[in-house]
Ligand binder design. Structure first.
Ligand SMILES: NC(=O)c1ccc[n+]([C@@H]2O[C@H](COP(=O)([O-])OP(=O)(O)OC[C@H]3O[C@@H](n4cnc5c(N)ncnc54)[C@H](OP(=O)(O)O)[C@@H]3O)[C@@H](O)[C@H]2O)c1
Length: 269
């Protein structure tokens, strides 16, 4: 059976109560995290901060050298797992290889490519959903039965404020993030009674390799601030972590606009 090699953690809660917050509240101060997309940007910074706070981090990404460097920097608390999350079999293999079932699974690996202003690129849609949506869902598929059995565990999806309303040239990116948010909200409602949490994260612009060279990034946050904010809110038991306030307000307003007004504004971007 999948993930049979995973040892349950003795002190992770697991009292059968509905999910009300992070396991660290009920269990040990030091938790085990799996972070995807840990070789760069927000994922790398979260992994670094978690390890610095004394937690153990299973760091997942494709670039081995980058993961090894992170592990070296983090002084033994980061365990690298080289994996392309778009492949279900690869995710299955690393989940079998995890020394212990994690408390938190932070599904952060993502890609964001601008689409051509003329024509249509099917491949961008396919690749973006393979990474941003299925790359996260593969881990849910593998680990949810184990979390249900243990009666604790938290999945965290790093979505985006770009999921709030359609904008030009990011149809695939916005759609993949909206799908992820929607799936997580549904699963949150379905599985909280089993003690399993589903947290959504909606960042605005964060200064990482993904945004390097982009223009017009309003309310841009340094990556350290974004990672610290996500982890702080996660540990306080937030169900949704959206930031910064300025972008939250703008995207919230966009969401409320009737279609014609949205079109008039969005086509100018
Ligand atoms: N930066 C922003 O402004 C912003 C805003 C909103 C949301 N986000 C979201 O935040 C997350 C992190 O973004 P970031 O800005 O930190 O980007 P980044 O620096 O480009 O990092 C992306 C990470 O995803 C990993 N990744 C990509 N494809 C993968 C695959 N097939 N298998 C395994 N790992 C893969 C990359 O590692 P490898 O290349 O080593 O595999 C890398 O570690 C993404 O989901 C992004 O959509 C970012």
């Amino acid at each position: 059976m999948l993930g049979d090699g995973l040892a349950p953690r003795a002190l992770c809660g697991g009292n059968g109560a509905p999910w009300r917050g992070p396991v660290t509240r009920r269990g040990p101060a030091m938790s085990i995290y799996l972070v995807t997309g840990a070789s760069s940007g927000i994922g790398r910074e979260m992994a670094k901060q978690l390890a610095g706070d004394g937690h153990t981090v299973y760091a997942v990404a494709r670039r081995k050298e980058a993961l090894d460097e992170l592990a070296k920097e983090a002084g033994g608390r980061v365990v690298p797992f080289v994996c392309n999350v778009t492949y279900r079999d690869a995710v299955h293999s690393i989940c079998l290889a995890l020394p212990t079932l994690p408390d938190y699974v932070i599904l952060n690996a993502g890609i964001g490519r601008f689409e051509p202003s003329r024509g249509f690129d099917f491949r961008i849609h396919e690749d973006t959903f393979a990474t941003n949506y299925f790359g996260a869902i593969h881990f849910v598929d593998e680990l949810l039965p184990k979390f249900i059995e243990r009666k604790s565990g938290t999945f965290v999806a790093v979505s985006s404020l770009a999921a709030r309303r359609g904008l030009p040239r990011i149809a695939a990116y916005g759609a993949s993030k909206a799908a992820l948010t929607w799936a997580f909200e549904s699963m949150r409602a379905q599985y909280s009674k089993h003690g399993v949490g589903f947290v959504t994260v909606h960042p605005g612009f964060v200064d990482t390799p993904m945004t390097t060279g982009q223009k017009g990034m309003m309310f841009l946050w340094p990556v350290q601030r974004a990672a610290r904010h996500i982890l702080k809110r996660l540990h306080k038991g937030a169900l949704d972590i959206s930031f910064p306030l300025g972008m939250r307000l703008i995207t919230g307003l966009l969401r409320l606009l009737p279609a014609r007004l949205h079109l008039a504004l969005a086509k100018r971007i």
